[in-house]
Structure formats: C-alpha cells, structure tokens
Design a protein. Structure first.
Length: 132
C-alpha cells in the first residue's frame, strides 16, 4: 500500500471537544473530546473515507501542503495536523475455506456492521496484523 499524509484542520467550537475536517476531502470529518482523541479519530475516518472512495471507483485527489490551505475566519482553528493514510490497493479475489458456522457468524456480524463479508474479513485481518 502507498502511504500519504493528508492535511486536516482541528476546530474548536462552543461545546466541549474538537472536530476535524479534511479540506482536500469534502465529507471526511471526525471529532473527539481532546485534540489527541480528535486526531486518532481523524485517522480512522480518513481510512474509511478513502476505502469508500476506492470501492466507489473515485480517484483520490492530490493533497495540498498544509501551508497552502488558506485560513477561514469562519473556522476556529485549534491545530493543523497531517493524518497518515494507507491508500487501498486493488482488490484480489480469493477462494478460501472456513467452517460453515464461522461463515454464518461472519455474515451475521458483517450485516450488523453494514459491511460486505469481504469488507468485514478485511477489517478483521487489518486489526489482527495491527493495521487498524
């Protein structure tokens, strides 16, 4: 996988906590109680957003340098951060064998999460190997 870093803006609001948005990826946002929580959640949000773009066949735009992003008077910036992301590679079709009870459990769990069987198994594999 290719690693890229996307600039993100951490914003404070009237309520406690922080929100994060990615100027180069409209619709990709997250939040957290602290700046650290917001930054960790931003990495998860970015990974899901990029994975969704790949599944939908949408090209990932080039990211700007963090200094190129103009400040907006409408945004109460608390910080600017770079968020690491591994760009999804092309999917490879597999033929695997599993116990039928385990397949049924995977199907049930993936349905609860709103994921396909393949997406669920990929997410589980990523967690097991330490990739999120």
């Amino acid at each position: 996988m290719t690693v890229r870093y996307f600039p993100a803006i951490v914003e404070s609001g009237d309520a406690p906590g922080y929100s994060v948005f990615f100027p180069d990826l409209p619709g990709c946002a997250s939040a957290g109680n602290t700046i650290e929580d917001a930054a960790r959640n931003a990495e998860l949000a970015l990974a899901l957003h990029l994975r969704g773009m790949a599944e939908d066949g949408i090209a990932v735009p080039s990211q700007r340098a963090i200094d190129e992003i103009k400040r907006s008077p409408k945004v109460r910036e608390a910080a600017r951060i770079l968020v690491r992301a591994e760009l999804p590679g092309r999917s490879v079709r597999l033929n695997i064998s599993m116990d039928e009870g385990l397949v049924a459990a995977v199907d049930s769990a993936s349905a609860r999460e709103g994921l396909s069987r393949s997406a669920f198994l990929a997410a589980a594999a990523r967690r097991m190997i330490g990739g999120g």
